[in-house]
Write a protein that binds this ligand. Structure first.
Ligand code: SF4
Length: 67
């Protein structure tokens, strides 16, 4: 089973080095118009290098335990 891939139109984005950018489109947001921010920049931007570093850090940290 699993989730069906979304067929929604992805918003375009010029931050090509962002982890969520694929062929000039954002793969994780439905709307990336941050008109209310002073500089109108996306608050979720993260370079692929930063993203990989964060993933590595979380892998080293291990699973979250509730005991
Ligand atoms: S998360 Fe923000 S910066 Fe990254 S691709 Fe999406 S809209 Fe662009």
């Amino acid at each position: 089973m699993g989730r069906k891939p979304s067929t929604a139109i992805k918003p375009s984005c010029d931050k090509r080095d962002c982890f969520a950018n694929e062929s000039g489109a954002c793969q994780c947001l439905r709307n990336n118009d941050f008109w209310y921010r002073k500089d109108k920049s996306c608050p979720f931007y993260k370079s692929r290098a930063e993203y990989e570093k964060e993933i590595q850090r979380l892998k080293e940290k291990g699973p979250i335990r509730n005991d």
